[in-house]
Design a protein around this ligand. Structure first.
Ligand code: COI
Length: 355
């Protein structure tokens, strides 16, 4: 191992790399991690100096609050490589902003830009060989924060650990995505933590999603908890509905995550001359549109999932199939978005940031 330091970050380099053992053509999402991780602790009311070190397990006290009260938040981001071998981030400031929004909601300390953004740049410089060229290849970035303070009293921790780990990624879903519209379970409620990227938002979905998986569906379309009449998000993705030639997506709220891919697609769609309406779509409206043939597409949008067409949905045990289209908005928007991310097209929005 070799050590060096920047003004802001200590670095201990791994003496060997796992990279040659990785089959980059056959990746299962989120299973393999790169050689290094960033770690930064918060103690006595302040963030300590971050350290980039070899990826390895670490010890935490069994009474740490993350285990008992789920005080944990995360972000999902990706790094892309262009044809000239430069590595790029996509709107990292948005992830930093949302991370701090989540931190506040979970009574955790906000993290300064010097740690979050500089940390990303420093670790990506070290791991640049893990970002493979070519559309579809990316390095998934998982910044997260956990409460490591000890004691099972139900109060916020006074000690936290911020980390960044990296995982080479291709697609999130390996095949067609069919969804069930939620009639009983809910992902989030007004006043709750649905708008935060809190770990518990995801574990709360595991059981209903397992039931959906058993019926042959990959995901659930969550509806509003109060009436189960409004279509919200899919848990790993925000949702877009195309009825005739208008795209609809639910407004972000206390129940819906403010997705970076979602807001980027809205802007790209408008630039492409596609009519976009940010408003709730009712379940009844979707069923009606499916029956009269005006429902053209449903697709999810998220960092991990990118833009993922839904092939069909189930509601009250009836399955509705989506038409197969020549002029799919999902495919057009995916192409435009990824052309920006991989630096194939000019980034007229100013969203890409060079590492
Ligand atoms: C992402 O898209 O980055 C997410 O955080 C969703 C996650 C469940 C993979």
């Amino acid at each position: 191992m070799t050590s060096n330091t920047t003004n802001e970050i200590d670095i201990v380099r791994a003496s060997t790399s796992k990279i040659d053992a990785v089959d980059f053509e056959n990746l299962t999402f989120g299973n393999i991690f790169t050689d290094h991780m960033l770690i930064c602790d918060y103690k006595n009311g302040a963030w300590e100096k971050p350290l980039i070190k070899p990826y390895e397990p670490f010890l935490i006290d069994p009474s740490a609050k993350v285990f008992h009260y789920g005080q944990a938040i995360f972000e999902g981001m990706k790094a892309y490589k262009d044809e000239n071998d430069a590595v790029w981030l996509f709107r990292p400031d948005e992830n930093h902003k949302r991370f701090n929004h989540s931190a506040k909601r979970l009574a955790m300390p906000e993290i300064p830009e010097e740690i979050f953004i500089n940390g990303l740049h420093e670790i990506l410089k070290i791991e640049k060989d893990w970002v493979k060229k070519g559309k579809g290849n990316s390095l998934y970035i998982r910044p997260f924060m956990i409460a490591i303070g000890t004691g099972v009293i139900a109060q916020p921790s006074t000690q936290y650990r911020f980390m960044i780990i990296l995982s080479p990624a291709r697609s999130y879903y390996s095949g067609e995505v069919k969804v069930i519209i939620a009639e009983h379970y809910s992902r989030a409620a007004n006043g709750g933590i649905g708008a935060a990227k809190a770990a518990g938002n995801y574990s709360a979905q595991f059981y209903p999603t397992k039931l959906a998986n058993e019926k042959g569906f990959q995901q659930i379309i969550w509806t509003d908890d109060a009436t189960h009449t409004k279509l919200e998000e899919a848990g790993t993705m925000n949702l877009f509905f195309r009825i005739k030639d208008t795209l609809y997506t639910a407004p972000t709220s206390e129940r819906i995550l403010d997705g970076v891919t979602r807001k980027s697609l809205i802007e790209i769609a408008k630039k492409e001359g596609i009519a976009v309406e940010v408003r709730s779509v009712l379940v009844s409206e979707l069923i009606e549109a499916s029956k009269d043939g005006s429902l053209m597409e449903i697709f999810g949008a998220g960092t991990a999932a990118v833009v993922n067409p839904v092939v069909g949905f189930s509601y009250q045990d009836t399955y509705y199939e989506l038409p197969k289209l020549e002029n799919s908005f999902a495919l057009l928007l995916k192409e435009k978005l990824t052309n920006i991310q991989y630096k194939i097209d000019d980034d007229t929005f100013g969203w890409t940031v060079k590492v």
